[in-house]
Write a protein that binds this ligand. Structure first.
Ligand code: NAP
Ligand code: ZN
Ligand code: ZN
Length: 363
């Protein structure tokens, strides 16, 4: 349990759905015996930040304001509690999407904190429920901020060789792809994987699946992304808006990870699956879908879903990235550009970079 004290730090927040980002002071719980305090140096900008800061996820989630987004934190340890032996001052560390879970239930015990039966607390916009982190508002503030204090169980060690500015995106975009790839058998290689949506998650999915020894098909609405997708490991490219392009790859894929950030018809993608293939929903497709049972029946296909990944698997993911030289393409930005970056992510664009907020440069 943390102490009762707080310290002040600054953060970039939106105070309403329509408002611009502004610099505000926030209070974080002082470092308790099980906690790690670190200076956040970089924070990746996930499309989920856009959904949540703009309050787009209702009825599943309501946004609390002020909202400090950011769940791709990378930084340097400044203080550790008396029970912490795994981390020391000066270590490079990161935090992804989870900052609390019960740590006792069946799912937590097997390392799946993301499916904690008592609910995991997200890094921002989540009510604090397990008394492992504290803010004065009772809900969490994310990584667009100077400093944070988080319980050691949710801290990831960044390998020495891994550049800190590229580490943040591994903690959401990377693990969100790594976890389903591992779960559905891609880690041992030899299967055909399709990645739908070549954005922040998609670029990590292509790189990871290729490094695992899988044949990767990138599936995109943007024909202009073909060269970029192939340069990072895709061997095939399908233009999803072109029925001929889809038909050309029919029944070729064992696993599809769908990262599209808007509701869309998944039926054309199902036609790409082989017998026994699985389509995994990952992007925020909030509208109900119509799927013909008969289509699944004749192919024994499954439609599934997956959310981020557990803490141990996240460590495995960045260690895999370090070993296989997998680094996201990033573009560093300062906080005054946040509004523009959100607009870019909301629109259709032909770039595959993950934007990363440079905290020190934003002061
Ligand atoms: P992103 O960088 O914006 O990429 C999303 C991609 O979706 C775009 O690059 C685009 O790919 C495609 N797309 C966008 N608008 C589209 C449209 N109108 N029609 C068809 N395709 C469109 O976003 P991201 O950060 O990768 O996140 C992707 C989604 O995953 C978001 O909804 C995010 O909230 C969600 N997410 C889920 C989890 C989880 O645990 N399940 C974790 C993180 C993020 P093409 O141009 O190639 O078509
Ligand atoms: Zn994310
Ligand atoms: Zn649990």
């Amino acid at each position: 349990m943390s102490t009762e004290e707080f310290y002040e730090t600054w953060a970039f927040a939106k105070s309403s759905k329509e408002g611009e980002f502004e610099k505000i002071k926030i209070a974080r719980g002082e470092t308790g015996p099980d906690d790690v305090e670190f200076d956040i140096k970089f924070c990746g900008i996930c499309h989920s930040d856009v959904h949540i800061a703009q309050d787009e996820l209702q009825p599943f989630m309501k946004t609390k304001y002020p909202c400090v987004p950011g769940h791709e934190l990378a930084g340097v340890v400044t203080k550790v509690g008396s029970n912490v032996s795994k981390f020391k001052v000066g270590d490079k560390v990161g935090v992804g999407c989870i900052v609390e879970a019960c740590l006792k239930c069946e799912q937590c015990q097997k390392g799946c904190e993301e499916y904690c039966l008592n609910g995991h607390t997200m890094t921002y916009n989540s009510d604090i429920t397990h008394n492992q982190i504290r803010t004065k508002t009772g809900y969490t503030f994310g990584g667009y901020s100077q400093k944070t204090t988080i319980r050691q169980d949710f801290i990831i060690k960044v390998p020495d060789s891994y550049p800190l500015e590229q580490a943040g995106p591994v903690f959401c975009a990377g693990i969100t792809m790594f976890s389903p790839l591992k779960h559905w058998g891609a880690l041992k290689g030899g299967i055909n994987v399709g990645i739908v949506g070549v954005g922040g998650l998609g670029q990590m999915g292509i790189r990871l699946a290729a490094a695992m020894g899988c044949k990767v098909t990138a599936i995109s609405t943007s024909p202009k992304k073909e060269a970029a997708a192939k340069s990072i490991g895709a061997s095939n490219f399908v233009v999803s808006s072109d029925p001929k392009s889809i038909a050309g790859q029919a029944k070729t894929l064992d696993l599809i990870l769908d990262t599209v950030s808007v509701s869309h018809d998944i039926n054309p993608y199902l036609s790409l699956l082989r017998v026994d293939g699985t389509m995994v929903m990952i992007g925020a497709a909030l509208e109900p879908q119509q799927i013909r049972g008969a289509q699944l029946m004749f192919t024994r296909n499954s439609v599934a879903g997956s959310i981020i990944g557990g803490i141990g698997t996240t460590q495995e993911c960045i260690d895999f990235c370090a070993k296989n030289d997998i680094k996201p393409s990033i573009e560093l930005i300062t906080a005054d550009k946040l509004g523009k970056v959100y607009e870019t992510l909301l629109g259709k664009n032909d770039s595959i970079v993950r934007f990363v907020l440079d905290i020190d440069a934003s002061v």
